[in-house]
Design a protein around this ligand. Sequence first.
Ligand SMILES: Nc1ncnc2c1ncn2[C@@H]1O[C@H](COP(=O)(O)OP(=O)(O)O)[C@@H](O)[C@H]1O
Ligand SMILES: [Mg+2]
Length: 241
Amino acid sequence: VKELQVTEESQIDERRRATERLPHAASANQLHELAGQLHLAREEERKRLARELHDELGQALTAIRLEIAAALSKAPAQDTFFTKKLQSATAIVDSTIRAVRRIATELRPATLELGLIPAIEWQADEFRARTGITCELRLPSQDVVLDDDRLTATFRILQEALTNVTRHSGATKTEIVLEEHHDGLFLEVRDNGRGMTPNPVGKRSLGLLGMRERALFVGGELTIQSTPGAGTLVGARIPFL
Ligand SMILES: Nc1ncnc2c1ncn2[C@@H]1O[C@H](COP(=O)(O)OP(=O)(O)O)[C@@H](O)[C@H]1O
Ligand SMILES: [Mg+2]
């Protein structure tokens, strides 16, 4: 025991000396903290941008559309050039309104303000429509109560997992499961695709890392189970407090 204590003490000493030698080196905890803060800042920025795009730009475009409609109603019937120009301007404004909505939604879907379950349902619809991959949902019957950080973390993990399914899995089926347990909220995204092959050395997995950091920052964890040829399961535990 004595010996053990001694080695332990000398290890602590060694660590202290190492820390003193490197006063500016960040610890792993500090790096996790930094990653988390960056995600938070980015999320705030996305929220603000989405709102401004939707409100300011959206309103201005709608006003322009009304002005054009007013001019069009007064256009002389025989002036086809004038009428055609105003009609094409209306079409351009309409497609710009759609683009603004799409960009705002990509930044931060408005359904997130309604809660996690509506947001997951919306995301699953988007996913099915975009990829043609089936997506089954098993969700609690009542929406879960979560603070904004946990809500956002869970949703962004889901988005990254689905992006990976689209890009890498070749799956035909996916399933999203959300369950409430005493030790937290559990999100699972399962696909029946090709599974992960061990990472080639030097390849950075920033998506997987990002998911892990998001879970860690709210006190949870991320697990990945994958068998080559037999699909992938991404699981996140998000504790309630
Ligand atoms: N659902 C999946 N099915 C098969 N392979 C996957 C899946 N998700 C991730 N991968 C593999 O893990 C790698 C790392 O994923 P990720 O960190 O998100 O990086 P990226 O998506 O930018 O390649 C991917 O390049 C891919 O090879
Ligand atoms: Mg990815």
